[in-house]
Ligand binder design. Structure first.
Ligand code: PBG
Length: 332
């Protein structure tokens, strides 16, 4: 598209910015509560809402409190939640068996939300880092993160989540071949309508720091994730990963982190036209909250501006810890 602009003064581009009514008429993008996926952390116990210091306003909730959060989301018009488990160092093992335990607290939270709010789209997390003694998304053998044995475990984990009632399986692990393997297993076990939202272009990012505190992985993690997550210097590789995951049966794809990678969102949307999501990750949330708490920026305005940026970049939806605050504002 080539923009046509008459010479000044025939063209005064300020004309269409002059009043709120006209600005609303020419506005190109809109944000709605229905665009948001709310990531929620679940832990053991009952009646617990435990603040996460590096993510002001975000809690680890026991299952009963996650159900209360679902009621809040439902009332606000947020149609989707994503469940991440917090696992203490004493619950973590080398074989990661907790990951596919049908009764682990993530699976209990998924089932509890679906029992009370059957219309809520519930997304799961597929990766071993929340159960692994060393904090990695895959099994570690002699210091190497092994691919194929990890994929077998991820399939078991995904099936346990589908069994618990998850609508959307969210593989965040970046192993090769996991989308095809999970898709085949879902078909075989009659979970034919369960969706996969692939974390297709997930970068090895320092913006995940507060999340690793939230899920208990910071204390466990040895080394970095550079052998499986993407190099932040790369862009074409993101398109190859998205193409690969769509070809393997992903219904939707994600770019992660969010704001620093809006160029990738745009390229992915333009290249494939598939449902495209971005994850405004923990470090992005923490930066905005920290600056706002210091009085250096206006939290509400920066929050809404950052969320609109994702829509402008071509995203259909956004995973964001701001989901309830943003929905409240959007609902007036
Ligand atoms: C790990 C996972 C991470 C996030 C979601 N799933 C962190 C990581 O890869 O180390 C990050 C989300 C956030 O920072 O908000 N499977």
């Amino acid at each position: 598209m080539k923009p046509v602009v008459a010479p000044y003064p025939a063209a005064r581009l300020r004309r269409t910015r002059a009043t709120p009514a006209v600005r609303a008429l020419v506005r190109e993008n809109a944000l709605e509560p229905g665009d948001l996926i709310w990531p929620v952390f679940v832990r053991s116990g009952e009646g617990i809402e435990e603040p996460i210091p590096s993510m002001p306003g975000v809690m680890r909730r026991s299952v009963d409190k996650v159900v209360e959060a679902a009621a809040e989301a439902d009332a606000l018009g947020i149609g989707a939640m994503c469940i991440f488990p917090y696992t203490g160092i004493e619950e973590r093992t080398e074989d990661c068996a907790g990951a596919w335990d049908p009764h682990n607290h993530a699976n209990r939270a998924i089932a509890a939300i679906k029992a009370k709010f059957p219309n809520m789209a519930v997304m799961s997390d597929v990766a071993l880092d929340t159960y692994n003694i060393n904090g990695h998304d895959g099994f570690v053998e002699n210091g190497i993160i092994v691919n194929d044995r990890t994929v077998e475990a991820l399939v078991k984990m995904a099936l346990s989540q589908a069994q618990a009632g998850a609508d959307i399986i969210g593989p965040s692990d970046m192993m090769d071949g996991r989308i095809a393997a999970i898709r085949a297993a879902l078909e075989q076990k009659d979970h034919t309508d369960v969706m996969i939202l692939s974390y297709a272009a997930k970068y090895a990012s320092a913006f995940y720091g507060p999340f690793r505190d939230a899920v208990g992985a910071s204390a466990a993690l040895t080394g970095d994730k550079n052998t499986y997550q993407m190099d932040p210097a790369n862009s074409n590789e993101a398109l190859r990963l998205v193409a690969r995951d769509l070809a393997e049966g992903a219904d939707m794809v994600m770019v992660k982190p969010g704001l620093p990678y809006l160029d990738i969102c745009r390229r992915v949307k333009d290249s494939f036209g598939a449902p495209t999501f971005a994850y405004q990750v923990s470090g992005e949330y923490a930066m905005i909250m920290a600056a706002a708490q210091n009085g250096w920026i206006d939290q509400e305005r920066v929050m809404m501006e950052s969320l609109m940026a994702f829509k402008r970049a071509g995203c259909d939806g956004i995973l964001t810890y701001f989901a309830p605050a943003a929905a409240r504002l959007l609902n007036g």
